[in-house]
Structure formats: structure tokens, C-alpha cells
Design a protein around this ligand. Sequence first.
Ligand code: NAD
Length: 292
Amino acid sequence: TTMQIAFIGLGNMGAPMAANLAKAGHSVIGFDTAGTTAEGVTNAATAPEAVAGADVVITMLPNGAILRAVAEQVIPAMKPGAVLVDCSTVDVDSARAVAEQAQAAGLKAVDAPVSGGTGGAINGTLTFMAGGTTEAFQIAKPLFDIMGQKAVHCGDSGAGQAAKICNNMILGVTMIATCEAFALADKLGLDRQKMFDVVSTSSGYSWTMNAYCPAPGVGPTSPADNGYKPGFAAELMLKDLRLSQQAAESADADTPMGQLAAALYTQFVETEDGKGMDFSAMLPRFEKRGRG
Ligand code: NAD
């Protein structure tokens, strides 16, 4: 059945996601403060105007503070029983606060961050990790199936964001481990292709080694083969690592490797060459350095 959808935040991710919903036959009204648009989507003049008649409101915004501000505006304008689906990557506390506010206003809420990047958004192959009631998840599920290829209902509100930052904490730590091992291997005179051949089929294998190898010319094509142009930007990795450390702080969890990864990506992005580079550009960074 055709749904009336409002889509707030038509950026690199939001625009192609909204376009895919429109292409599938849903009626989509968009809004973005930057005035961006998406194919097949009609823009409203304000966010409250966009959401007024919507069965489902989807947000795809930069961070938790902006999400809270947008929620403040749109929740009072949504129709009773409608579902607010936030697909942004935000802190767990903001996700839970917005869900509570929506539920208090008689709405349903789902936090549903994604993995898969802009390629996944364009091709409709994202993975959604969702938190909220089963009822709310079931309403949003057909839309996840259009915008993505997998949707996991992880638990109550905030569970989607929790899954996202735990996954990306592993990703950041693993990328660093893979890059420092390559740099060590180089200094030991080991050929990079041999290093890949062994590790990718041994117990050190990982997604970062096998699917996104940080060494150019080795393994499947990755941003390393394209001058480390993102891909997944180092700044975005840093954002997610910071969210993981904020969550660890608020949940009193000991995450020393995540903490170290956050510190290293901070240094990389803020005082080294990492800004604007793919997060796998940690390899040339290590190559340039010695132990001291
Ligand atoms: P983006 O900066 O391209 O898009 C965000 C959009 O939100 C912008 O167009 C901006 O104008 C708009 N916006 C900001 N404030 C607004 C407001 N108050 N009302 C309406 N619109 C507003 O970012 P993106 O790459 O599309 O990422 C969006 C979210 O998805 C982020 O939380 C990001 O962490 C997450 N994410 C991104 C990727 C990726 O590869 N780009 C992958 C997974 C998850």
C-alpha cells in the first residue's frame, strides 16, 4: 500500500534514500534547511508542513543535537499514531529522549541507523539496525526493504544506535590494527601481497583486510586504490568512535581499545593528514612514522 512519507534531511544519504521511496510509488514530501531536493520528491517550505499529513516521518540528519531540535519542531505537527523513524547516526541518549518525547505525544518511534554508505543509499542496499517496539518496527519494515537489503530489529529504543556504534567501534579498532600490521610487515621486508595472502586466509582476517584492504593494489578494489578518496571518511569514523566513547562513559563500560582508536583518529583528523581522506589512510600514516 502507498504511504504518505515525510523525509527530513536530504543530504548525501537522505536524498537517494528518499528518491528510492518515491521510485517505489510512495508519496514523499521532503525538507532540508539547505534547500536540497531528491528525485521524485516534492519539498515543503518548513519541516512541520512536510510532516503534517505523513504516516511515517523519516529523519537523516548530521547529529543528535540537530535531531533533538528537529524533533521538537515536528512531533507536535505529526498526526496521531504516525511513526517517527530516525535513520541518522546519533548518540544513544538522544535517540532514547526523542523516542520518549514522540511516545508521550501519542506517536510511535524507531531509531534505525544504517550501514552501507552512499553507495548503499543509492542502490537501495543499506543495512538497517532498529530499536523500538515490534509494532513500530513492522510499520517501518516495508520502507527499510525498499531502501535496504537487511533490517534487524535489535530491541527497544536506542538499541539500533547501540548496535551501530558497537559495530563501528570494532571497525575503527580493526582498521588501525590492520594498518599497523601492514606497516610493521613492510619494515620487516615482507611483501604486501604475501602479507594479504596469508592474513586474509588466517586468523587475522577481517572485513578491513579482506573486503576493504588499506594497501593499494592488494585485495579487492578499495579506496586505497583511488588515492584514499572516501569511501568512508576518517571524520565519520571519528564521529562514530566518539559516540561509542560517549556511550561507554554513560553506561560505565571499559573500552580501552575504542578509547585508543578514538584518540588516534582525533590526532589523524585534527593534526595530521586525515581530514578529507578515507579512514583506511591510516596505512600511509603509519608508514611515515617510526616508533618514537
Ligand atoms: P549530510 O551532511 O550529507 O546530510 C545531512 C543533511 O541534513 C544536510 O543536507 C543538511 O542540510 C540537513 N540538515 C541539517 N540540519 C537540518 C535541519 N534542522 N532540518 C532539516 N535538514 C537539516 O550527511 P549524510 O552523509 O547524509 O549523513 C546523514 C547521517 O547518516 C549522519 O548521521 C551520518 O553519520 C549517517 N551516516 C552516513 C553515512 C555516509 O557514508 N555518508 C553512512 C552511514 C551513516
